[in-house]
Design a protein around this ligand. Structure first.
Ligand code: NIG
Ligand code: FE
Length: 414
């Protein structure tokens, strides 16, 4: 199958250097090409160029007219929890009435509330609900996504979640990575027996998940009121025995040393970082661990935003992700995430784009194939309505600007 996209006003997000990730000052730049065409062959980007050099349309199976819109690489959303049952708007009301995320969790709401609902759902019902969110994020421009377990909290229910992730991976052209997050909270059954719960995660859940090959990564909610540094280290090391690299939740509620631990143990990413400052940035400098910021969660929970500017100034490869989940970020809108990056963290629109595409891909270990417009990469991209500039895409933050989405070179209908 060969596809030609013509009449593109501007291709944005070109990377001819095939970088694995984009760091610090380089984040302010991206390749662009005005008045362009792009060709796809066998689901990959075959070539692109200026209008005058366009190959003969007759040699293609399909020609798409971009009608003067811009073409972007699809978003790579490296942190989500989109397999969940029901919703938690009651807690939303509790928050409006003054309770904090931690207070809600202490009262048995939060993650445990979602775990109860998930336990009662069949795998089929869970799959159907998750697929609605999958279709939603595809329509909003996402082309690769990481999905975590962590609302199971028992071997059986964690496996149920991860089997749903596998089914999603098999049924849509979206690129999917799965993360085992058994240590998201201590289950009700293990209340008051946190250390025993960690044993259960390490010696029961992890081997079962690995035996079915259901996860690519391991995650721990390493934070005040959840799991300690020592427990997190144990789980990361246990995960490593099964070849699972870590992506950890760190420094959302407290500066507890999670970032430093992630770096020490070679985590692929450390995510959240609302409570990060100079020591965390220093620890990340020169490491291979990607700081992944989730401004949708800071927005929804009314928290301080992570120090993106200081991280970029320190030369770090900042990634942005949605954290789509029922408790702290009920949205997978990566354009909104970019806008929050710009509005609340003072990232330029180009920095936000690099963070939401190539660096998000790097935070899933897939940037060789995703995250930029590069010859040979998978043809995941979207076309916008005509816009005055790429900055407009981030500025007009709620205008529906994404008009057509393509995954593996196939147009997606929503
Ligand atoms: O990334 N912080 C931990 N986990 C999720 C929230 C999970 C929930 O509240 O259901 C997060 O914010
Ligand atoms: Fe999360």
């Amino acid at each position: 199958m060969r596809l030609l996209v013509k009449n593109i006003a501007k291709i944005v997000g070109i990377d001819t250097a095939r970088r694995e990730r984009v760091c610090g000052a380089d984040m302010a730049h991206t390749g662009t090409l005005d008045g362009a065409w792009l060709a796809v062959s066998d689901a990959r980007i075959e070539a692109f160029g200026e209008q005058e050099t366009m190959p003969d349309e007759a040699t293609f199976d399909r020609v798409v007219d971009a009608a003067g819109g811009m073409l972007y690489p699809s978003f790579c959303d490296s942190h989500t929890h989109i397999v969940y049952a029901g919703s938690r708007e009651q807690e939303f009301l509790d928050k409006i009435n003054g309770l904090s995320y931690e207070e809600i969790a202490r009262r048995g709401g939060g993650i445990l509330n979602s775990a109860d609902r998930l336990h009662e759902s069949s795998e089929e019902a869970l799959y159907e609900q998750a697929m609605e969110r999958v279709r939603e994020i595809i329509a909003m421009g996402t082309g690769a996504v990481e999905i975590k377990s962590g609302y199971g909290l028992s071997t059986e229910d964690e496996l149920k979640m991860l089997r749903v992730v596998r089914r999603i991976r098999e049924s849509v052209p979206l690129e999917v990575r799965a993360t085992f997050l058994g240590a998201h909270a201590v289950s009700r059954k293990y209340a008051g027996r946190q250390e025993e719960y960690v044993d259960y995660v390490c010696h029961d859940m992890l081997p079962a998940v690995a035996a079915e090959g259901l996860a690519d990564f391991v995650d721990v909610f390493c934070d005040k009121g959840f799991f300690t540094i020592e427990q997190t280290r144990r789980i990361m090391r246990e995960g490593a025995k099964y070849g699972l690299r870590a992506k950890i939740h760190a420094n959302e509620l407290d500066a507890s040393g999670g970032v430093q631990l992630g770096v020490e143990e070679g985590a692929l990413s450390v995510d959240h970082l609302e409570r990060a400052g100079a020591p965390e940035i220093e620890a990340l400098r020169g490491s291979t661990t990607i700081p992944t910021l989730l401004p949708g969660a800071a927005f929804f929970l009314g928290m301080d935003y992570p120090p993106a500017r200081a991280m970029i100034a320190a030369g770090l490869p900042v990634a942005l992700a949605s954290d789509y989940n029922p408790g702290s970020s009920p949205s997978g809108n990566m354009r909104m995430v970019m806008s929050l990056g710009s509005i609340r963290m003072r990232m330029t629109p180009t920095e936000a784009l690099n963070a939401a595409t190539i660096n998000g891909a790097a935070a899933m270990g897939i940037s060789h194939d995703f995250g930029s417009i590069t010859v040979g990469k998978v043809a995941n991209f979207f076309i916008t309505k005509p816009m005055p500039s790429p900055e407009f895409f981030v500025y007009a933050y709620s205008t529906p600007l994404i008009s057509r989405t393509f995954l593996r070179g196939e147009e997606q209908t929503h």
